[in-house]
Design a protein around this ligand. Structure first.
Ligand code: FAD
Length: 502
């Protein structure tokens, strides 16, 4: 059924490698009254802490500080101490130490947040990346993961037991940051739109160092918080329990490449196909406005842009997947496209390399910034941004649309996104000297996207220059409840809130 040679796959990779769901940082947080001993310390001892401790005076401090953030624009923010926890008792010991020494606490798991939110001036950073245990309860279909687990680690562990989970599209993204902010994962349309709704339990360590079990029936306020709070939690999550899903036996993808001039026509056809019963509920549809990596070198940048559309079907058989993708193949999309690659069959795990490989251009240690909208008018947002993408200051800058999310607010989650589509604007570039033009470009997208917004995704907002962006990710009621819970659970403000909010 898949009669496309490997070279077609590399072609897909060349296109999709130009994209990423990620971003960068430079907002300074308020200085805490930290003791000078700690600030200058090389050989800091954190009582009862078994893991690595790096003080600001340690030889390798700068290396450790930079390694907290995945991309290349390392925020100009300097923690007092970085500690790498080996278990939950280490987390408690670190919190107790921070409190005794007047430091605020920040948390790092996979380090992928675009704003580098774990790096705060004079704070104690608890690095959870060494906590990577995964337990699968196959009988109940639950995975219990430690916070340092990455996307591919969970995917493969679940796959071995016949399950899947809507994990991030790039293999190295941290599961806990992803899940706690919302999480747009592979096969999201069949699994609730965002992965945070698949959290069924958690273990949380509070500012007081208490270890709390969290679920719909135990500490439900914290359960509500963990499901959507993003990079502003007032505690540390040391375990997440996740509902697993049946592993799809067949994964097929069909990709279409259009001239940017044909975008309006292409999304019109797409919107019609998506109204067909079954498509909206089952098919993951991603569209990218981007530079054509194979455009002739002599073409000016404005004329190198394309619309790259892919539909993924995750089904119990290839026949079922092919049937649903036929709707795309038999539509005028094929005729309109300048190139198409249909019914390509993948092992679930191959999707990372084929569609969001971090070994390619967008995965290099580039500089990142991102902002976004949730919307019911994804196609209109793309059309509104078409001219903007032509003017992108760097070749890897792109706009990503993710259709079929069906987001609705739930009483048991603070996640507040609404709408059918996520549209993210990604600036990806090299060289500090190009920061200004790229941030300006990103900022320029906001007035074009925001008129269509039904909300914003907290994991991918550019909150550094605009702290209000975090507030805009929540309904008023949910934001007020979050702030009330913050005051209740962390009255002394031990934990950092969102960037720019303390
Ligand atoms: C290459 C790339 C691909 C991406 N792909 C996707 C994608 O497919 N879908 C999607 O939805 N998003 C995607 N993202 C965005 C991603 O969801 C966010 O960047 C997310 O914040 C990453 O989590 P992390 O643990 O890696 O980051 P970190 O920077 O370690 O964490 C971010 C913040 O979350 C909070 N936090 C994290 N873990 C804990 C914890 N255990 N306890 C308390 N607070 C915690 C902290 O405030 C922390 O500073 C991608 C990002 C990149 C760079």
């Amino acid at each position: 059924m898949n009669d496309y040679p490997q070279s077609r796959r590399s072609l897909v990779r060349d296109f999709l490698a130009m994209t990423a769901l990620g971003a960068i940082g430079s907002l300074r947080s308020a200085r805490a009254a930290v003791s000078e001993d700690v600030l200058g310390g090389a050989d800091i001892t954190v009582p009862d802490f078994k893991g690595r401790v790096i003080g600001r005076g340690s030889d390798n401090y700068e290396l450790w500080r930079q390694s907290m953030v995945w991309h290349d624009s390392k925020p100009d923010r300097y923690p007092a101490v970085i500690v790498r926890a080996t278990d939950r008792e280490d987390v408690r010991a670190a919190i107790a130490y921070a409190r005794r020494n007047g430091m605020k606490v920040s948390v790092r798991s996979g380090g992928h947040n675009s704003t580098g939110s774990s790096l705060r001036d004079d704070s104690l950073v608890i690095d959870l990346s060494a906590l990577t245990e995964i337990r699968i309860d196959a009988h109940n279909g639950i995975a219990s993961i430690e916070p340092g687990v990455r996307s591919s680690q969970l995917l493969y562990a679940a796959q071995k037991k016949g399950f899947s989970f809507p994990v991030p599209h790039c293999d190295s993204v941290g599961m806990s940051g992803f899940l706690m902010g919302g999480g747009i994962g592979w096969n999201y349309p069949q699994h609730g739109g965002v992965s945070t709704f698949s959290i069924v339990g958690a273990e949380v360590i509070t500012a007081e160092g208490e270890i709390l079990e969290v679920s719909a029936t135990q500490n439900p306020d914290l359960y509500w918080t963990v499901r959507g709070v993003g990079p502003g939690f007032f505690g540390v999550v040391t375990r997440l329990d996740l509902s697993l899903y049946p592993h799809p036996d067949a994964v097929l993808a069909s990709s279409y490449i259009f001239r940017l001039d044909d975008l309006q026509e292409a999304v019109k056809i797409l919107d019609k196909i998506r109204k067909t019963p079954g498509v909206h509920e089952r098919v993951e549809v991603l569209g990218v406005l981007m530079e054509n990596p194979h455009a002739p070198a002599e073409l000016p940048p404005r004329e190198r842009k394309i619309f790259f559309l892919t539909a993924f079907a995750f089904e119990e058989s290839e026949a079922a997947a092919e049937k649903i993708l036929r709707l795309f193949a038999d539509s005028p999309l094929r005729e309109l496209a300048v190139q198409h690659m249909e019914f390509q069959s993948y092992d679930f795990g191959d999707l990372y390399a084929a569609y969001f490989s971090l070994e390619d251009s967008a995965g290099r240690m580039a500089r990142y910034a991102v902002d976004n909208v949730f919307t019911d008018r994804g196609s209109d947002v793309l059309v509104a941004l078409a001219e903007h993408v032509r003017d992108a200051p760097a070749k890897d800058c792109h706009i990503l649309a993710v259709w079929g999310m069906k987001l609705a607010r739930r009483a048991d989650a603070c996640f507040s996104g609404l709408g059918d589509c996520y549209v993210g604007c990604y600036a990806i570039w090299d060289g500090e000297e190009n920061d200004r033009s790229n941030f300006d470009w990103l900022r320029g997208a906001i007035p074009k996207m925001d008129p269509y917004a039904t909300g914003h995704y907290v994991n991918e907002v550019e909150g550094r220059g605009n702290p209000q962006r975090y507030r805009q990710c929540y309904s008023s009621a949910n934001w007020n409840r979050l702030e009330k819970l913050r005051a209740d659970y962390d009255p002394q403000g031990v934990f950092h809130s969102y960037l720019g909010h303390s």
